[in-house]
Write a protein that binds this ligand. Structure first.
Ligand code: ATP
Length: 225
């Protein structure tokens, strides 16, 4: 099994998350994707992040609403069960120790998250233990124009290692000691949780950015107002 680990704040989960996950799952391809919301996001302002139960409930609603998603997507509370802030490296080690050896794990993230990776705990070690799939994202479109993905390459060389070699046919960076970094062009979807939260606060409509049921949940709980 090829399993993708997709972490995030999911504050709230939106159609961008679901669409890119589906695209990577079908196209990369992967057998399964596990969404794992973070407990106390070390990189986010905690005051705007609603509690973990609400974020996980919204993920459950989002995934169960579509049969296609409920078959191939799972939700994990692995980071919510640990005390203190969420560190991806700890999550990856936890998954590697509990999953059968014939499972290949991949860490999935958008390029905006990747560009912050050098602030993550033990990030250099992370590149040694798990292959990463970096997805494009419209807010970072400038990185894909002209010399496509060039900014990403510069980032990799200056912050991770200059020993990576890129293969155009395989769309991946290989390294003698580190695991590969795959790049994946997803159909651009200009949705972010920030945009959704701002619109809710202003009383503006948020459809079609949210999965069925999630808007109702947000309204019933009075979140983001
Ligand atoms: P916020 O606006 O609060 O920062 P977000 O929309 O970026 O939230 P997160 O939960 O922080 O959502 O994202 C989880 C992961 O999903 C990150 O790796 C992020 O890059 C990726 N992601 C989110 N939305 C998209 C999108 N529209 N296209 C590609 N990747 C996305």
């Amino acid at each position: 099994m090829r399993v993708g680990l997709f972490g995030g704040t999911f504050n709230p989960v939106h159609n961008g998350h679901l669409a890119v996950a589906k695209e990577v799952k079908d196209g990369f391809p992967l057998d399964r994707i596990i969404f794992f919301p973070s407990a106390i996001p070390p990189h986010k302002e905690t005051k705007v992040v609603v509690n973990a139960d609400d974020r996980i409930n919204m993920l459950r609603i989002a995934i169960s609403a579509t049969p296609d998603f409920s078959e191939s997507f799972a939700i994990s509370d692995i980071e919510l069960k640990r005390s203190g802030p969420s560190y991806t490296i700890d999550t990856v080690y936890q998954y590697q120790s509990k999953m059968a050896d014939d499972n290949q794990l991949y860490l999935i993230m958008g390029i905006d998250a990747f560009f912050e990776i050098d602030t993550w705990k033990s990030y250099l070690e992370l590149f040694k233990i798990i292959p990463i799939i970096v997805m494009s994202r419209p807010q970072n479109e400038q990185h894909f124009n002209g010399a496509k993905w060039k900014t990403l390459e510069t980032f990799i060389q200056s912050n991770i290692s200059d020993d990576y070699e890129y293969s155009f046919s395989e769309k991946k960076y290989s390294h003698s000691e580190n695991m590969p970094i795959h790049i994946y062009d997803v159909t651009p979807i200009d949705i972010s949780a920030t945009k959704i939260r701002k619109r809710i606060k202003k009383g503006m409509p948020v459809q079609p950015m949210l999965p069925p049921g999630v808007e109702g949940y947000i309204k019933s709980k009075g979140l983001y107002t």
